[in-house]
Design a protein around this ligand. Structure first.
Ligand code: NAG
Ligand code: NAG
Ligand code: NAG
Ligand code: NAG
Ligand code: NAG
Ligand code: NAG
Ligand code: NAG
Length: 701
């Protein structure tokens, strides 16, 4: 029965039939279709072919022309030799793998860490170079400088910048000292008026400056200083007397949150190239020991893993961290002046969901200044964290303060720890805006003489922990492999050529924050002010860790250095079928483990806040291929899975021993990582250890 309706009368649904009945290469029709319908269908097929053609041309031109341009911009090659050069391993052992040893950072029977390509397309898709934008278009009206003659900081008005401000005849300025009231609060002294300049007292570390004209406030700024105090000078001089003119190296640590070694190369090629070209020692096999900043910094600062840090340093208790054996205390007790600064005061390492310090933990504590600056100076938020604070980015406040501290005490022994979060915490791209600044910064350290007598440690705690790149294999490894570079001053290189040799070799060894902890103790022991390195007790939770100034054995495994399987980058993993019975069972048991963990945490006192989770689906599963023939009945699986109702994506590494009964055959190693961010569903939970597993019963409280 031929259908003779005119074309326009065909309904949308009938037209859709064409789509289901026809293909791109030919058209088949329902028996009895009318010539008009056939003609109509042909038109649709033709149009579709045209569309697909255009799409193909578009896609081709994007891949052939577009990305080439983009990549030229985003991909700045860094020349380095981070890959393993010293193959002590017999090539025969390596027959299982076809990749050449050149593709590895560490290569032994116990550990093979892959040298990742920083420019892999699945990561580069999410990377975009960000340019540096100054926070203000005009210069500040005031500055502080240290006057050597009077040994005071002087606050002065920049006459040259006056023209950038709408100043009448009656400019009146005053400054207030910032006084630390508690870890979370500051007070201000009354405002002292000044004309062109004012000598600052050595009793406060920082000042807020305000200027008015015709009763309108036209200017506010703040300046941190490093005024010398009597007690500090006495300590420095007393210990220096005992040194009998022996040179004692100072220590400057500059750390940046969440930057993998690979992202340093990708996002900060100029800084990375500078380090490679100027004789810094890279530790390319530096592997984190736990999930986020706090445990990794505690390993380096105290030598504890997370459970012992929680037990012995009680970060939840007021005064808990004060009693803890931070390495800066040891330095202070042996005649060093100490400093610590960190940006983004709300998420500071020792304060985020923790109590921080009741007393300033160091001689120069930048937190009160930054609390005041964040509150008063105005600025903006980028990717959820403070970016500009007044005239510069908050990270620059920290870096510049570190520079001033190192300069002020350049003839003394100091220990400075400076940490920034703001330009690197949230994605892999934002930090690229600081590349020029940081290269310039390293050069400023040289020109002010800091590198002459200080050991400088430039490092990160881990790579990016969440977001779109984290679900890729590169992202997984990057998260676990932060960058670490160490500078030795010439006099130390000369006195200890064996350190130079050890550091060169250790570039391609598995190393950890515990090793860095012991290295700091080793540096302190070089002063001759304390017993031997051995007497300092190593790192408590890693008995086999050691100073990085001594050769590390190639045969180290993660187990040797207290790195749980989940954080270990030494093994290759092969993909396995994600919906196999064993994988699904293991995933279900990991979810049960998470639920148990939350219900028993802190004696169950927080359990009522969270809804139990259920397995939604397994998105990928891998099985480890350990190089050293581990007992074959233990299988190590890595599972990425999602849960309901919190729509969370988790990653767990489990040891499965199928020969044992069910109660004992599964071990969740390390902790379970959360790969996506919360959407307000964990706001009720203030305990950082279980926040990532909690879906609040009551939202927003
Ligand atoms: C390499 O193989 C030779 C001969 O089989 C053996 O003597 C040597 O100890 C091996 N070296 C290493 C580092 O395993
Ligand atoms: C330091 O202070 C002295 C005394 O006030 C002054 O003469 C000198 O010019 C100042 N030096 C600098 C560099 O400002
Ligand atoms: C800070 O100011 C508050 C309120 O004015 C006062 O009670 C407190 O004693 C001050 N603290 C310090 C350390 O000056
Ligand atoms: C501040 O400096 C003066 C003069 O140099 C000194 O006498 C005083 O003890 C110092 N104050 C402190 C708190 O160190
Ligand atoms: C350090 O010593 C040098 C040489 O003795 C001297 O010129 C410089 O002013 C001193 N610096 C400080 C901050 O004391
Ligand atoms: C921390 O180290 C102790 C031994 O020093 C060990 O018993 C404990 O399991 C470790 N905890 C973690 C979380 O690795
Ligand atoms: C938790 O339970 C342990 C063992 O039963 C007990 O010693 C401890 O005091 C409890 N802690 C709290 C905070 O209730």
């Amino acid at each position: 029965m031929a259908d003779k309706r005119p074309l326009l009368e065909y309904t949308d649904d009938e037209a859709k039939d064409c789509a289901t009945e026809s293909t791109l290469t030919g058209v088949s029709y329902k028996p009895g279709a009318s010539p008009t319908l056939i003609w109509y269908c042909r038109q649709i097929v033709l149009r579709r072919k045209l569309l697909v053609g255009l799409l193909v041309i578009f896609v081709f031109s994007y891949f052939l022309i577009g990305p080439a341009d983009v990549l030229d911009l985003e991909n700045v090659q860094v020349h380095h030799q981070s890959y393993a050069l010293d193959m002590e391993v017999n090539q025969t052992i390596d027959q299982r793998t076809t990749i050449l040893p050149q593709g590895y950072l560490v290569y032994s029977n116990h550990c093979r860490i892959v040298d990742l390509d920083p420019y892999k397309r699945d990561v580069m898709r999410h990377f975009k170079r960000v340019s540096y934008k100054p926070c203000r278009s005009h210069p500040p009206l005031t500055h502080v400088h240290y006057n050597d003659t009077i040994q005071r900081y002087v606050l002065s008005i920049n006459q040259a910048s006056l023209k950038s401000y709408k100043v009448g005849n009656d400019l009146s300025c005053c400054y207030q000292g910032v006084v630390r009231a508690s870890e979370t609060d500051v007070n201000y002294t009354s405002c002292h008026a000044f004309k062109n300049e004012a000598k600052l007292a050595n009793t406060t570390d920082s000042v807020v400056v305000k200027c008015k004209t015709n009763d309108d406030q036209i200017y506010i700024n703040a300046h941190p200083t490093v005024p010398e105090r009597k007690a500090i000078r006495q300590r420095l001089d007393q210990w220096a007397k005992k040194d009998r003119r022996k040179l004692v190296p100072s220590v400057l640590m500059i750390g940046i949150d969440s930057i993998s070694r690979v992202n340093l190369i990708r996002a900060m090629p100029k800084t990375a190239q500078y380090l490679y070209d100027n004789d810094w020692f890279e530790l390319a096999g530096y592997n984190k020991i736990d999930d986020n900043t706090f445990p990794n910094i505690m390993a380096l600062m105290v030598g504890y893993n997370l459970s012992n840090a929680m037990k012995h340093c009680s970060p939840y208790k007021v005064n808990g961290l004060d009693k803890c054996d931070f390495i800066w205390k040891l330095f202070k007790e042996h005649g060093y002046v100490t400093a610590y600064g960190e940006d983004a005061v709300k998420i500071n390492t020792f304060n985020y969901l923790k109590k921080g310090f009741q007393q300033p933990p160091v001689d120069y504590y930048l937190r009160p200044y930054l609390s005041a600056a964040e509150k008063l100076l105005g600025g903006n938020i980028v990717l959820g964290l403070p970016h500009c604070v007044g005239f510069e980015t908050e990270a620059e406040h920290v870096y510049n303060y570190a520079l001033e501290f190192a300069k002020r005490y350049r003839n003394d022994s100091f220990f400075g720890f400076f940490w920034t979060n703001t330009h690197s915490h949230s994605d892999i791209s934002q930090t690229s805006s600081m590349d020029d600044y940081l290269r310039g910064y390293l050069q400023r350290l040289v020109s002010q003489g800091t590198m002459e007598h200080s050991i400088v440690v430039f490092f990160s705690d881990h790579g990016l922990r969440f977001g779109p790149t984290r679900a890729t294999w590169s992202g997984h490894l990057e998260e676990r492999l932060p960058f670490l570079f160490i500078w030795l001053p010439p006099f130390v290189r000369k006195a200890h050529p064996e350190f130079v040799q050890a550091l060169r070799q250790n570039r391609n060894r598995l190393t950890t924050p515990y090793d860095l902890h012991i290295t700091l103790k080793h540096i302190l022991s070089l002063s001759g002010r304390i017993g031997s390195l051995e007497s300092l007790g190593g790192a408590k939770d890693c008995p086999k860790c050691q100073s990085l100034l001594q050769p590390v054995t190639l045969s180290r495994s993660c187990e040797d250095v207290a790195i749980a399987d989940h954080w270990c980058t030494c093994w290759a993993y092969g993909s396995v079928y994600k919906n196999s019975k064993v994988v699904r069972q293991l995933a279900k048991r990991v979810v049960n483990y998470l639920n148990d963990y939350v219900t028993t945490f802190r004696n169950g006192s927080l359990a009522h806040l969270c809804v139990p989770l259920a397995l939604q689906s397994v998105s990928t599963a891998y099985k480890a291929q350990p190089n050293d023939n581990d007992p074959s009945h233990i299988e190590i699986y890595r599972l990425i899975f999602s849960t309901s109702p919190n729509k969370a994506l988790y990653e767990a590494t489990v040891r499965y021993n199928k020969n044992l009964p069910d109660e004992d055959n599964l071990l969740v190693t390390g902790s379970v990582s959360r790969l996506n961010t919360y959407n307000g569903e964990a706001d009720c939970m203030n305990d950082f250890a279980i926040k990532k597993y909690c879906y609040c019963r009551h939202k927003g409280g």
